[in-house]
Ligand binder design. Structure first.
Ligand code: XMP
Length: 528
């Protein structure tokens, strides 16, 4: 496996995803994780990748590379800040660049390196040197390379863009191979983990399932019961399928209708889940209590916390009804933890990351300290695409596995500001039309995520001769595979105007519809 050292970059998760896609297991450790030597011994990695950072290595007290990493004598690949701090700690120099380099750049390879396999170039320049399209994002730059290192590649703005210590197998790249804009980025990472670190390809869906089953069997003892919150989404469903395989009836799935789901017909979902997937499901109607707890709350983070707490209270109440409940299972996945600023297995150590939280996921960090149940989260080291792959292997149908993700707080974060039942009903109606038409137009499966957002502002409209002064909704559709970055889908105008017409005609309280044209970044996918 590979250990990724996180210096606090928003791209660290992407590095991990790319490595796993190659078929190699990896984990992310913070740079200041306690007992790193023990961790290295325990995981016995084949190599290290050092992430970028929002910090500057030119400042005092900036994050640094532990000596244990160098003394392991294993291959190291430093990316961006990772390269800079590597150079600095090994005797090189880093300075603030004259020009900030952000965006696409042409990397000229001037010396052969194992990191760049033959024919990796996107083209050749007039000197006959291979050129690669790469993505840069940096303020600082290496200005003097450490002893024993060679210069491998440069860009126009960055004369020391790739360095290597051939014998020690230490590499530094100023660009970001993990982002898709670096077109051959995955080939470079693959070269590092497979050729340089000599990892084997063994991280495949059957192997992941086998590991997860082992994990669950080791944790849950005979007789013990598990409560699981089934949301209708793929993460909790896969968690339930795995647990069900091992503990059967001792898994009690609680399906809570919190009034923030897309359908009013939750009975139908419960019936399908219990009949088709043989799950033991308890259906709880809790719309009133959720809406009551959310009254007067308009801050997005506060809404998430209230929703999370209300879920837990219901699970705890239910747990009291079963004699052997010891566990609360959640379908938390790796990105939930990372985006919430919490590292799997190291929940107490998020000193650096905490500064960079984008949004806390409702299922992370909101558990009461005195909760009687213990948490079991079998998927917490997996990415969404890995969960989907194992979902297919477990026999779930394609359209269930590839349904667009639905956030745990539901439409609660798709209604801007305070949540009211009236707004929920309007949004459900709008969204039904939007999704139905995307499916009719054969667009749904080509889109990463599509949904609508309720805006609590009124706008003037006219229908027939009648003046309308009604609500506004926004439609959003994004293309993404990892949900870390996303591009707006250029839906055909004809399609958009057809959907807009249908919504205006069928949903009385709407007088205006807008289409969100922002990508992620700068915006996030959800509006709150
Ligand atoms: P953002 O808005 O962060 O969304 O760009 C990225 C992905 O995460 C989903 N999302 C959430 N899922 N609880 C969840 O379970 C949350 O609080 C939450 N917030 C965002 C979002 O739908 C998208 O797929």
């Amino acid at each position: 496996m590979i250990i990724i050292i996180d210096f606090g970059s928003q791209y660290t998760q992407l590095i991990a995803r790319r490595i796993r896609e190659i078929g190699v297991y990896c984990e992310i450790f913070y740079w200041d994780i306690p007992n790193i030597q023990e961790k290295i011994n325990e995981f016995s990695p084949n190599g290290f990748i050092l992430s970028g950072s929002v910090e500057s290595s030119t400042k005092i007290n900036s994050p640094y590379i532990s000596e244990s990493i160098f003394s392991s004598k294993l291959p190291i690949l430093g990316i961006c800040y990772g390269m800079q701090i590597l150079a600095l700690q090994l005797g090189g120099k880093v300075e603030k660049s004259k020009y900030r380099e952000f965006g696409e750049a042409k990397l000229e390879i001037i010396r052969k390196s194992l990191l760049f396999p033959n024919n990796i170039q996107d083209k050749f320049n007039n000197k006959g040197n291979p050129i690669l399209d790469v993505w840069m994002s940096h303020d600082d730059t290496v200005t003097s390379i450490p002893k024993g290192f060679s210069l491998i590649a440069k860009t126009q703005m960055c004369p020391l863009a790739v360095i290597e210590h051939t014998e020690k197998k230490i590499y530094g790249v100023q660009f970001h191979p993990e982002v898709t804009h670096t077109i051959k980025g995955k080939n470079i990472l693959s070269q590092f983990v497979l050729e340089i670190c000599q990892c084997q390809i063994s991280w495949t869906p059957p192997k992941i399932i086998e590991n997860l089953m082992q994990f669950i069997s080791n944790k849950i003892e005979k007789k013990e019961q598990v409560i699981l919150g089934l949301s209708g989404g793929i993460d909790s469903l896969v968690t339930a399928m795995l647990l069900n395989k091992i503990i059967g009836e001792r898994l009690i799935c609680i399906f809570i209708d919190n009034g923030l789901l897309y359908t009013n017909d939750t009975k139908k979902i419960v019936k399908i889940f219990s009949e088709k997937y043989k799950l033991n499901i308890k259906h709880i109607l809790a719309e009133d209590i959720f809406l009551q707890n959310l009254t007067g709350i308009s801050d997005p983070e506060e809404k998430r916390k209230v929703i999370g707490r209300t879920f837990i209270n219901i699970f705890e109440e239910q747990a009291l009804k079963y004699p052997y409940v010891k566990w609360l299972a959640q379908g938390t996945i790796y990105s939930d933890l990372i985006e919430s600023g919490i590292e799997s297995g190291n929940e107490s150590n998020f000193s650096l990351r905490k500064k960079n939280i984008i949004k806390s996921h409702h299922n992370v960090g909101g558990l009461p300290k005195n909760m009687k149940m213990q948490l079991i989260e079998p998927l917490k080291n997996l990415f969404k695409d890995e969960v989907r792959k194992i979902g297919l292997d477990l026999g779930l149908p394609y359209d269930v596995v590839y349904q667009h993700p639905f956030p745990g707080p539901g439409i609660g974060i798709r209604i801007i500001g305070e949540i009211k039942k009236e707004y929920c009903n309007i949004l459900r109606h709008v969204d039904r039309i939007f999704i139905e038409e995307l499916k009719n137009a054969n667009l749904y499966s080509k889109i990463g995520q599509a949904f609508s957002i309720f805006l609590p502002v009124r706008s003037v409209g006219i229908m027939g001769d009648e003046r309308k002064y009604n609500w506004v909704v926004a439609l959003r559709a994004v293309d993404t595979t990892d949900f870390m970055t996303a591009k707006v889908v250029k839906l055909p105008y004809d399609f958009l105007s057809y959907v807009s017409n249908r919504i205006i005609n069928e949903v009385r309280s709407i007088s205006r519809i807008v289409y969100d044209i922002t990508s992620k970044p700068p915006s996030t996918i959800e509006w709150e």
